[in-house]
Design a protein around this ligand. Structure first.
Ligand SMILES: [Zn+2]
Length: 146
């Protein structure tokens, strides 16, 4: 399986994955989240930034199902999904939804981040479908974030 190679701007993100935390870069001045990480805030042009642990919950904003093998060791079919995180409208992250058939994936489907230790020093993030989320949120709104 091809693994991401952390670079200067993304090192903190991947270190967070290693600890099973989803970290998103945020402007230190105007508090706007941005992903992928970039040096300057697109809203206020500040160079100040901080890494914030987010809850990792959101919804599918768009997706594709890959059916043609592009990499050896990466069996098809698999999905590539763009999730909108709940912390901010338009805060998008691209990943895979696991434990879910291609037919189950739909725009607007609630998802939650999950992590998997691939090798000793590398963990990847995934998303999982939040099953029965609407029902659970209705009967137990104080516990729906679990
Ligand atoms: Zn800013």
């Amino acid at each position: 399986m091809p693994l991401p190679l952390p670079y200067d701007e993304s090192k903190e993100f991947w270190a967070g994955c290693q600890r099973h935390e989803l970290l998103i870069e945020r402007c230190k001045d105007c508090k706007t989240y941005r992903h992928p990480p970039i040096p300057v805030c697109p809203e206020c042009q500040s160079w100040g930034k901080e890494w914030v642990k987010v809850r990792g919950k959101g919804k599918v904003e768009g997706f594709t199902i890959v059916t043609r093998a592009l990499f050896p060791g990466l069996p098809v079919p698999y999905n590539v999904v763009r999730e909108e995180l709940e912390e901010q409208k338009g805060l998008l992250i691209i990943g895979n939804v696991i434990d879910c058939s291609p037919e189950e994936i739909s725009v607007g489907m609630p998802v939650k981040v999950s992590f998997e230790d691939i090798i000793s020093d590398r963990s990847l993030f995934y998303f999982k479908k939040v099953r029965f989320w609407h029902w659970f949120k209705f009967i137990a709104p104080d516990h729906a974030d679990a």
